[in-house]
Design a binder for this molecule. Structure first.
Ligand code: AMP
Ligand code: MG
Length: 426
């Protein structure tokens, strides 16, 4: 039986970043940029006012308070003034945030630092400035301060967060080359399963793993493709697996243990999926099955790296049926695989060290991933195990935000010991 490290190594060698694709900006969140992005404009495109107030000439104000004539009003969206119509000594212009500065003016006094008189409706005629901390250049952002035309503003490899999405829009990109989001097919297997909308009959349970896996895939950055429930019959499994093998990853839950009706490995082999390993030394999650299907084709749908001609592949995980085993196997093996397909240089899993907050003795032939709560106290991470009744007990996971890793063997852990923790929040 493989160790966790050995199994992770097998998966790493099978999971390579997908070819980049062009996607609309609204679908690019979280993906890695696959091109350098150059600005097509100066930002701001003109010297702009940063507050509502009055555009003035500094020379008029360096001596302190002063009354000025107001010759015009400028709103955001108005075209910049022709240079020939700049303001001259003793004049000012009422200006709104985001509007282009009038030629001749080199500062804005915010309206809260002024008194202005209006004759009836419309713009004020005169303004009296009282701005003791006035500085030439204040409240203006000069053209191209943020970025200039031709400047590289984002580099290939950057992860697109909301800020990067906004910058892409600012430089005129409504679509962008990113690493492809892997499509991840999800199917639950088991005669006992009904969907969440149904009330389970005698001997039946609800299919937690379908929605659970879809949520895990979404959090990992993949695109879930839910296929439904397959009964434990050869034909139903064959049909659902065949569909799932068209995606980049196929996740099956249940049917990989040693029971009479654990038909999944046989069906996968029949459909040409090469078994890489079956069973890993961890708890829960031991029955995990992993294999690879190589698609031999040269069609346009080929999304594999060009250095692997015609070798689009599907990574197939046969996950155990119990929901907590599903979560553990996903976090330890599947999420790093999805992140590798996405092109991340640090695909995880994320293991941190934390101080145990209780005594705990444990005797197991396998390292155990125990649902736990990680808490930051000052500069130190602390971990507390939650009450947990074993791999079917998914409810306990709602109290947890990580897994404490308890090594195999006869362990007498003491409060204050440092242990490793599998973090799930990234
Ligand atoms: P199996 O590996 O198919 O023998 O399943 C192991 C255990 O997990 C059984 O008790 C199943 O009822 C349970 N199980 C299997 N699939 C699911 C599922 N989709 N949702 C919740 N529990 C499941
Ligand atoms: Mg089953």
């Amino acid at each position: 039986m493989l160790s966790v490290d050995e199994a992770q190594q097998c998966i790493r060698s099978a999971a390579m970043a997908l070819e980049p694709e062009l996607v609309p900006l609204e679908n690019a969140m979280g993906l890695l940029l696959a091109e350098d992005v150059v600005s097509d404009i100066d930002m701001p495109p003109f010297d702009k006012a940063l507050v509502d107030g009055f555009a003035v000439r500094s020379q008029d104000l360096v001596v302190g308070a002063r009354e000025l004539e107001v010759i015009a009003e400028i709103y955001a969206g108005q075209a910049p003034w022709p240079a020939s119509e700049g303001i001259t000594s003793g004049q000012s212009v009422r200006i709104m945030t985001g509007a282009p500065m009038p030629p001749g003016a080199d500062a804005v006094v915010m309206q809260e630092r002024t008194d202005h008189t209006t004759s009836g409706a419309g713009r004020p005629q005169r303004v009296s400035v009282n701005d003791p901390r006035f500085k030439p250049g204040q409240n203006i952002m000069l053209r191209a301060t943020e970025m200039s035309m031709g400047q590289t503003v984002l580099r290939a490899g950057a992860q697109l967060r909301p800020g990067e999405i906004g910058v892409l829009a600012a430089v005129g990109r409504d679509s962008v080359q990113v690493t492809t989001r892997p499509r991840v097919a999800i199917a639950s297997t088991g005669n006992e399963l009904v969907e969440a909308s149904a009330r389970p009959g005698p001997g039946q349970i609800r299919n937690s793993n379908g929605p659970l896996l879809a949520a895990l895939v979404t959090r990992a950055g993949g695109a879930p493709h839910y296929l439904g429930i397959a009964r434990d019959t050869h034909d139903e499994l064959l049909g659902i697996v065949r569909t799932g093998l068209e995606d980049d990853v196929l996740l099956l839950s249940g049917g990989v243990s040693a029971g009479e009706l654990d038909l999944v490995p046989g069906v996968l082999r029949q459909l040409g999926v090469r078994e890489v390993f079956h069973k890993v030394n961890l708890k829960p999650g031991k029955p995990l099955w992993f294999g690879v299907l190589e698609h031999v084709s040269s069609d346009a749908a080929n999304r594999a790296k060009p250095n692997q001609p015609g070798s689009r592949r599907t990574l197939v995980f046969g996950l155990p049926g119990n929901p907590v085993s599903v979560v553990v196997c996903f976090e330890v093996f599947v999420r790093p695989a999805i992140r590798r397909l996405l092109g991340f240089a640090d695909p995880g899993p994320r293991i941190v060290s934390a101080v145990l907050r209780e005594d705990r003795s444990s005797k197991s032939d396998r390292p155990t991933y125990w649902p736990a709560r990680l808490e930051q106290i000052g500069a130190e991470s602390h971990v507390r195990l939650v009450a947990w009744k074993g791999s079917p007990d998914l409810r306990a996971m709602t109290d947890a935000n990580c897994f404490a890793i308890i090594p195999s063997g006869d362990q007498q852990l003491r409060q204050g010991d440092r242990i490793q923790v599998l973090s799930t929040e990234y």
